[in-house]
Design a protein around this ligand. Structure first.
Ligand code: ADP
Ligand code: MG
Length: 498
């Protein structure tokens, strides 16, 4: 068994210098034992298990298994390796991934310091001696601190959190996700293939287009760092092009893009309309496709619906695979909340998450915003957030999400959707073909309006509030087991809220 020195590592960074893109700090002072190790052990275990899956059993056993998390201080983890050689190896080969994976587990993690510590099992390194010296600070081997961000390469704009590991897959995004993964794997493989060119991802705001593109870039960067990947927004593309025109360096501009293995341009709807940029984009695009280089494009609409785009461009964009990200379903929203809450290491009650998943239906960004507010509150006040406090905290957000929907409107829409007469909403008929739509309408009335159960009951032909309650429960249950019904409900909800 490994005996921790009676002191843990408390980092005192002396003057530091950069080494590649990590910062090397000169020394580490050893001081009292950190109490926070336990809480982060499980995060560390998950980080290691992800890394093991990525690097394979042998590399894992040689380099990673011997490492131990010593403590976590203010988002800064201190991990020890038994020897200097091992420490350097890990820093050179796995530091970025360690940090990225840890950030995926816990987004507050801002850095990982890798230090040389005593080997587990005592003995050689004289851990008993260290224990004796418990209270006299000693200077240990140099530490290496991997800092976040400030990578000056093409990847400067990549968000650490936007990886495939952090992307929750559900019905609405499974095609886009699978396609993005295919592209990433193909691009990173030794025999560089191009499964579909371009991959065109489209969908409304905040549904994960940028996340998927960054995930592709991370994957390629990790698996095949020699590949040249460029990710940029269409606006940046335009800006660079216009600059190149001004400084008469269009050749360089072209070269830069034409030598890439993977070009990703986000939000191309912003290119539409600008003739010269479109022209340049078109040529770049064709040159890359001809050379069998992969292109990934995103937009808020499908190629055929993009306005202000030349016809030849439009048709060219649709040549590869066009994959759309549909609005989220309740299940996906709940899945995303659960995943994000887990990563942030905060326990949030299931009720609160269900409430958020029900109420914040617009997009994932807003959903995240709501969750972050709740997490911030929990951390500041240090108390459990209940359904009531969540409602209170998110009042303004919820209000803006709730367009005033009336019960009449709900009844009319639902009747239209299921092709039944409006009068069935208030009728006594119990045939499934009318009773189910009626229950859906009651459910939506409960979800989308502020009316009470008795009020809703009255609007449905003077039914009792328990009937409404039963309908709400029934539909809740069915949305979990009956996919078609869940989609109907989601579609109606969107229609009513838009
Ligand atoms: P878009 O580019 O489509 O407007 P983004 O990719 O910027 O949307 O996504 C908005 C936010 O929602 C990001 O923080 C992203 O991580 C998150 N997000 C979207 N979809 C998912 C998903 N399926 N799983 C996890 N996070 C998601
Ligand atoms: Mg985006």
């Amino acid at each position: 068994m490994w005996i921790l020195p009676a002191e843990a590592l408390s980092r005192v960074v002396l003057p530091s210098w950069t080494w590649g893109d990590v910062v090397v700090a000169e020394a580490v002072r050893i001081r009292d034992v950190g109490a926070s190790v336990g809480a982060h052990e499980s995060e560390w275990a998950r980080v290691l298990s992800h890394l093991k899956a990525e690097v394979g059993e042998a590399a894992y056993a040689s380099w990673l298994r011997p490492m131990r998390v010593e403590r976590v201080d203010d988002g800064e983890a201190i991990v020890s390796a038994p020897t200097r050689f091992l420490r350097d190896w890990v820093v050179n080969h796995y530091a970025d991934r360690l940090l990225a994976l840890w950030r995926a587990e816990n987004h507050r993690m801002t850095g990982v310091s890798i230090v040389v510590g005593a080997p587990r099992g005592g003995g050689l390194d004289g851990s008993s001696e260290r224990r004796e010296n418990a209270h006299s600070p000693t200077v240990a081997e140099p530490a290496v601190v991997v800092e976040m961000g400030d990578d000056k390469t093409q990847f400067a704009a990549l968000d650490q959190r936007f990886t495939f590991e952090n992307f929750v897959v559900g019905k609405p995004n499974e095609l886009a996700h699978a396609a993005a993964r295919r592209v990433a794997e193909a691009c990173a493989s030794a025999v560089h293939t191009v499964p579909f060119n371009p991959l065109f991802l489209y969908g409304g705001v905040g549904l994960g287009k940028t996340h998927l593109m960054h995930a592709v870039a991370w994957h390629v960067r990790r698996q095949a760092c020699d590949r040249k990947v460029i990710y940029l927004s269409a606006e940046k593309f335009m800006y660079q092009f216009i600059r190149a025109l001004r400084f008469k360096s269009t050749m360089d501009f072209k070269e830069q893009f034409r030598s890439v293995d993977l070009l990703m341009i986000d939000d191309v709807q912003f290119i539409s309309g600008k003739d010269s940029t479109q022209e340049e984009f078109f040529h770049t695009f064709n040159a890359l496709v001809d050379q069998n280089r992969q292109i990934v494009i995103s937009a808020d609409k499908s190629p055929s619906d993009l306005e202000g785009l030349e016809e030849r461009m439009r048709s060219r964009l649709g040549w590869g695979l066009v994959a759309d990200l549909h609005p989220t379903t309740y299940e996906l929203r709940l899945g995303i909340l659960q995943s994000k809450a887990e990563h942030s290491g905060v326990r949030i009650s299931q009720k609160v998450m269900e409430f958020l998943a029900h109420k914040i239906t617009s997009n994932v960004r807003e959903l995240e915003g709501a969750l972050n507010r709740i997490i911030a509150d929990m951390q500041l006040i240090g108390r459990e957030v209940t359904l009531e406090t969540a409602q209170e905290l998110l009042r303004d957000l919820l209000r803006s999400c709730e367009r005033r929907v009336t019960i009449d409107e709900i009844q009319r829409r639902v009747a239209e959707h299921f092709n039944i007469r409006l009068s069935e909403m208030t009728s006594e008929r119990r045939a499934r073909a009318v009773a189910r739509p009626r229950q859906i309408a009651m459910y939506l009335a409960k979800q989308l309006t502020t009316r009470s159960l008795p009020e809703i009951g009255r609007k449905f032909g003077g039914r009792d509030h328990t009937t409404v309650m039963h309908a709400v429960r029934k539909i809740e249950e069915l949305t979990l087991s009956d996919r078609a019904l869940a989609e109907d409900v989601e579609l109606l909800r969107r229609m009513l809220q838009s």
